[in-house]
Design a protein around this ligand. Structure first.
Ligand SMILES: Cc1cc2nc3c(=O)[nH]c(=O)nc-3n(C[C@H](O)[C@H](O)[C@H](O)COP(=O)(O)O)c2cc1C
Length: 297
């Protein structure tokens, strides 16, 4: 991932030609070719935006981005499980916000790019927002951060609200979405919805990976086992939030049918594990299925 120079990706896109998957949507004031995007975690440092564009995604998410360079977990884990799922423990490696901003200033493909922000302490979030708001179309605020200086994640809804509030002040008016962990607890989902409304944020991304343990260390589970929970969450969130707040679905989408089911309640769908596990061909099947189904409507 780190060794791919950006001009190679760009050349590749030009040579391949970007396939068009037409299912136009308007989202937070932006026009997207289609509502399917790459989720945070693969393109941590904005090195692969042209690759993401050339696959045919309607938008992409870079990050999570920290304000300073951070090497992440000393021993990184990324393992396949037999059912299409992955476990990962990367520990938020980041080249830092200034480097990400510089890369996006230099070259960016013609589709929306969201910046996903993480932090080891609450004050990290506004620092990333300030450094990248001129290159971000919207922000995702990732509160499921391991190894925080406060020795807990920021997943408590009150803490999330506080982080959203201070980040909003540094986001130059760019939309801010709260990315939440997976849960089937309806009260907790409702508390996140309240946090978003009270902080004046623009919506929710559901969800991050499920916490699990691998060989005694904490890791995140992604892929198909997440799907039923994410479906439950986006249905609840759409009921709870007013129409001017957006819901973005992410977790376990590995077919056009699952993407379309989530799009009944969510404005956009993001994918990641399906790309890592099955490759870009499967992602293009999802993009094609979604665009054909939406054209028939
Ligand atoms: C290898 C890997 C790294 C990830 N890194 C991040 C991250 O840095 N920030 C974040 O908000 N989510 C991260 N995620 C979570 C994904 O963005 C997504 O929410 C989750 O994997 C569920 O979607 P999926 O089942 O399509 O992968 C990561 C996931 C994986 C598999």
């Amino acid at each position: 991932m780190h060794s791919t120079p950006q001009w190679v990706s760009k050349l590749q896109a030009l040579l391949d030609g970007r396939p068009t998957y037409e299912a136009p949507v308007r989202f937070l004031g932006y026009n997207l070719d289609n509502p399917v995007g790459l989720a945070a975690g693969l393109d941590k440092d904005a090195r692969l935006t042209w690759t993401s564009w050339s696959i045919g995604f309607g938008f992409t998410v870079v990050g999570s981005v920290l304000p300073y360079p951070h090497r992440g977990a000393s021993v990184k884990v990324l393992e396949r499980l037999p059912d299409g799922a992955l476990v990962n423990r990367l520990g938020l490696p980041s080249e830092g916000a200034r480097r990400v901003a510089w890369r996006l200033e230099l070259s960016r493909p013609p589709f929306p790019i969201a910046v996903n922000i993480a932090g080891l302490e609450p004050s990290d979030y506004p620092r990333v927002a300030r450094a990248t708001c001129h290159v971000a179309d919207w922000f995702e605020v990732n509160i499921s951060c391991p190894n925080t200086r406060e020795h807990s994640t920021f997943e408590d809804p009150r803490q999330a609200r506080r982080i959203l509030r201070i980040t909003r002040e540094s986001a130059c008016g760019k939309p801010l979405l709260l990315k939440i962990p997976p849960t089937r607890d309806p009260d907790l989902i409702a508390e996140y919805a309240v946090a978003v409304r009270e902080a004046g944020a623009d919506g929710v991304v559901a969800s991050n990976t499920l916490k699990t343990r691998v060989n005694g260390v904490q890791a995140g589970l992604s892929g198909p086992p997440l799907y039923p929970t994410v479906r439950f969450m986006v249905e609840r969130l759409r009921e709870l939030l007013p129409g001017d707040k957006v819901v973005v679905a992410v977790g376990g989408v590995d077919s056009p049918g699952k993407a379309l089911e989530l799009l009944e309640h969510a404005s956009l769908v993001e994918v990641l594990t399906v790309l890592l596990y099955h490759g870009p061909g499967r992602v293009r099947e999802i993009l094609e299925g979604v665009s054909k189904a939406m054209a028939r409507r």
